[in-house]
Design a protein around this ligand. Structure first.
Ligand SMILES: [Zn+2]
Length: 241
């Protein structure tokens, strides 16, 4: 099992050189953030948490969560493209997804979340990976943490993702996946397989620097992509009942 997980991670890592090239060609390209694409009947939806006026968590040195979330999602999109899979990105720019009628910051946030839920729920056979960064009062906590909604659908994927993150990035990270708390609106209003990955703590000085580092963002994106590819591979191995 460990060998297989690592082999996917290696494959994803090998893709990175090409990924670098692709990012130059894609500069300036425009496409709909709501354009779905399917692979083997599955739709992978990538949610870069927050965006626009809602920056999410801000580190003590001023690093903005929404921008790190987006950077990781865009890397995942590039890597997945090399495997013939085009995920659906809820946002591919630093924007909020609120309706034009929303005026206040609160109205924009509510509208943004409603629109994300609607976009996810409109897809059949969807799997959501929502990307966030953690923050805490104490600077001592660090390490990625996977949360899941809809346990029956999501727990195996959450466990796989947490394992790959540990094996490839942080062997000391002994965290186990946890059910998402009741106060995360998006994760509590969707019905598909869904995980939310807190990639690290912006409140931990060293991890904060890593999370802003392009190479580390690519490593995170590779690990998360490897989890998705491994899940697809596992699904193919299981004969239909
Ligand atoms: Zn967040």
């Amino acid at each position: 099992m460990k060998q297989k997980l690592l082999s996917w991670a290696v494959l994803a890592a090998l893709a990175l050189a090409t990924c670098w090239c692709l990012c130059f060609y894609r500069t300036g390209e425009t496409r709909s953030a709501f354009l779905p694409a399917r692979c083997s009947g599955q739709v992978l939806i990538l949610d870069a948490g927050h965006g626009g006026e809602d920056g999410g968590a801000v580190s003590p040195s001023g690093a903005i969560e929404s921008q790190i979330n987006l950077a990781i999602v865009l890397r995942m999109d590039q890597i997945l493209g090399l495997y013939g899979t085009a995920p659906m990105l809820l946002r591919d720019a630093d924007v909020s997804l609120h309706d034009d009628t929303a005026q206040t910051l609160r109205e924009k946030k509510v509208s943004d979340l409603h629109n994300r839920v609607a976009a996810i729920e409109a897809q059949e056979n969807a799997t959501l990976i929502s990307i966030h960064q953690n923050i805490f009062q104490s600077p001592k906590y660090h390490g990625a943490q996977v949360f899941y909604a809809n346990e029956a659908l999501s727990l195996p994927f959450a466990q796989l993702t947490q394992t790959i993150l540990r094996e490839t990035l942080d062997p000391e990270n002994t965290r186990e996946p946890k059910p998402i708390s009741d106060n995360v609106y998006l994760m509590n209003h969707i019905t598909c397989r869904a995980i939310l990955v807190e990639c690290g703590f912006l409140s931990h000085p060293e991890e904060e620097l890593r999370l802003q580092d392009t190479d580390y963002q690519i490593q995170l994106a590779s690990a998360l992509t490897a989890a998705w590819l491994q899940l697809q591979d596992t699904g193919r191995e299981e004969p239909a009942a």
